[in-house]
Design a protein around this ligand. Structure first.
Ligand SMILES: *[C@@H]1O[C@H](CO)[C@@H](O)[C@H](O)[C@H]1NC(C)=O
Ligand SMILES: *[C@@H]1O[C@H](CO)[C@@H](O)[C@H](O)[C@H]1NC(C)=O
Ligand SMILES: *[C@@H]1O[C@H](CO)[C@@H](O)[C@H](O)[C@H]1NC(C)=O
Ligand SMILES: *[C@@H]1O[C@H](CO)[C@@H](O)[C@H](O)[C@H]1NC(C)=O
Ligand SMILES: [Cu+2]
Length: 233
């Protein structure tokens, strides 16, 4: 009984896949735009892994200021839009200038200008604030900056950092973009940005493909049922 229902479902779903039965008919108009690709968006944080949206509908990081213990992986989710952004490490003193290497410090991490990717850094010293900005023309000066482990009670607070960036405003110099820089200072990127979908190590509760995987496994069960029935016949 159940198997029969399963086989009926199997064939109706195959028919649907082949002929589009059951799919809503698109409006009959020649000017209809193709469906927009889904915008990658940060999943919920998981143990040891925090996520930040890059420009989620506004030129900001969201959240722009987090507290992340040593060893935490922080993944930046870049939107699937025509405007490129970056996550570029800077210093409190120079919010809109990439952090250059010195005798004591390595250069800052930098995703480079990009979109539709994820970029992950791992905190290697949670006792020091990590400052970053977007190097796209005018974005830093509009306040597209962020911090990790900043002390809001000290002079070097996130609020003071963002205010300093906005004071630079439209006089922000155009930054060169030589593509991604791995490494970093107090946080390290071990890989260039990539469209990994799920981030570096997180297991997001809602993967864009989870529905499809469920569909495949139901299909596999039904195929198994069909094979059993076929053997019996
Ligand atoms: C930044 O984050 C710290 C730590 O979570 C918090 O104490 C502080 O209030 C935040 N600052 C702002 C301006 O949100
Ligand atoms: C956006 O970034 C990508 C990846 O770095 C690059 O290939 C592309 O040319 C950039 N687009 C624009 C409009 O600058
Ligand atoms: C943070 O972790 C790194 C390894 O990722 C380690 O080298 C460092 O000593 C740790 N720092 C603190 C303050 O725990
Ligand atoms: C934050 O800054 C205040 C003021 O300088 C200081 O008293 C406090 O100890 C700092 N907190 C941390 C966690 O470093
Ligand atoms: Cu930007």
């Amino acid at each position: 009984m159940l198997l029969n229902v399963g086989v009926a479902l199997l064939f109706s779903s195959l028919a649907a896949a082949q002929y589009g039965y059951g799919a809503p008919s698109p409006p009959q108009t020649t000017t209809a735009a193709p469906a927009a690709a889904p915008v990658p968006s940060a999943p919920a944080n998981t143990a040891g892994h925090m996520n930040i949206n890059v420009a989620p509908g506004s030129f900001t990081f969201s959240p722009a200021n987090i507290s992340a213990p040593n060893g935490t992986a922080v993944t930046f989710w870049f939107p699937n839009t025509g405007i490129n952004h970056s996550v570029t490490q800077s210093s409190f003193q120079n919010p809109c200038t990439p952090l250059a290497a010195t005798a004591n410090n390595p250069a800052g991490f930098d995703s480079g200008l990009t979109n539709s990717v994820q970029f992950t850094i791992v905190i290697t010293d949670d006792t020091k604030p990590i400052w970053f900005h977007c190097k796209q023309v005018t974005h830093c000066g509009m306040g597209m900056v962020g911090s990790i482990n900043a002390n809001e009670s000290s002079a070097n607070s996130f609020s003071a950092f963002q205010a300093a960036a906005m004071k630079i405003g439209l006089s922000e110099p155009t930054e060169t973009d030589n593509g991604p820089v791995t490494g970093g200072f107090n946080a390290i990127a071990s890989a260039k940005p990539a469209n990994t979908g799920a981030g570096a190590s997180a297991t997001p509760s809602k993967s864009p493909n989870s529905g499809m995987r469920v569909g495949f496994s139901i299909g596999a069960v039904l195929l198994g049922a069909a094979a059993v029935l076929g053997g019996m016949a």
